[in-house]
Design a protein around this ligand. Structure first.
Ligand code: DX5
Ligand code: ZN
Length: 217
């Protein structure tokens, strides 16, 4: 069964408390929290104060996805805000190994995200430092985009690489996940599905989470 991580980017921020309670009371596993700086991606979302507020009310794992330049400047701040998983982008760093090590040293799980153009093989030598490999299935920056089919091949490769290394890294897929493609994504080897629009755009988000959770069972 996949882990389901609704992306709060698509939530109604005027009703944030209710949206959090909905996730708390659903079959969802994680809160996926997207931080964007208007530099690494062409959009700006929210930062530490909002994550700290969400953390106060959330009863599930907080999975923070940093789409920001120089993420190593803020690792401690996101730990303080309540991140359980902290994911940085491969494309943002000269010293990713050091950043991943620092994330773990601060007591968080270390995540590494790769954009659609970044080959999975780039993470091979540091796979044991990665708790969560986030394979972007869209170009990051916005919710509601269409899933890129090239992602399937990347999931297969990521799974093979992790298995060959004997690592326990989880594979997370982010962008354009729907009820229609979820089964194929899981069959390819994904462990965690992020879903923004699919969950928050549904007439019954709780039921949508339940249905996503059932996929591939
Ligand atoms: C986009 C974010 C995603 C986004 C996914 O850059 O990383 O987490 O919220 O939204 P959907 O599921 O609508 O594609
Ligand atoms: Zn994300």
């Amino acid at each position: 069964m996949p882990l389901i991580a609704p992306s709060m980017l698509s939530a109604d921020f005027l009703k944030l408390g209710e949206e959090i309670d909905m996730i708390n009371n659903s079959e969802a596993d994680w809160f996926h929290l997207d931080v964007m700086d208007g530099r690494f991606v062409p959009n700006i979302s929210y930062g530490m104060p909002i994550i700290a507020q969400i953390k106060k009310r959330a009863t599930k794992t907080c999975d923070v996805h940093l789409m920001i330049e120089d993420p190593e400047r803020y690792l401690e701040d996101f730990k303080k805000a309540g991140a359980d998983y902290l994911t940085v982008h491969y494309e943002t760093g000269y010293h990713i190994h050091r950043t991943l090590t620092s994330i773990r040293a601060l007591g968080m799980k270390a995540g590494l995200a790769i954009n659609p153009h970044t080959p999975v093989e780039m993470v091979q030598d540091i796979i044991h430092e990665i708790d969560l490999l986030l394979v972007m299935s869209i170009n990051p920056g916005f919710g509601g985009q269409k899933f890129l089919p090239l992602t399937y091949d990347k999931i297969h490769k990521a799974k093979a690489l992790i298995t060959a290394a004997g690592a326990s890294t989880l594979i997370e897929i982010d962008g354009g996940v729907t009820l229609e493609n979820a089964a194929d994504i899981i069959a390819a080897g994904a462990d965690v599905l992020v879903a923004g629009n699919t969950v928050f755009g549904a007439a019954d988000p709780t039921d949508m989470i339940k249905r996503l959770k059932q996929v591939g069972k």
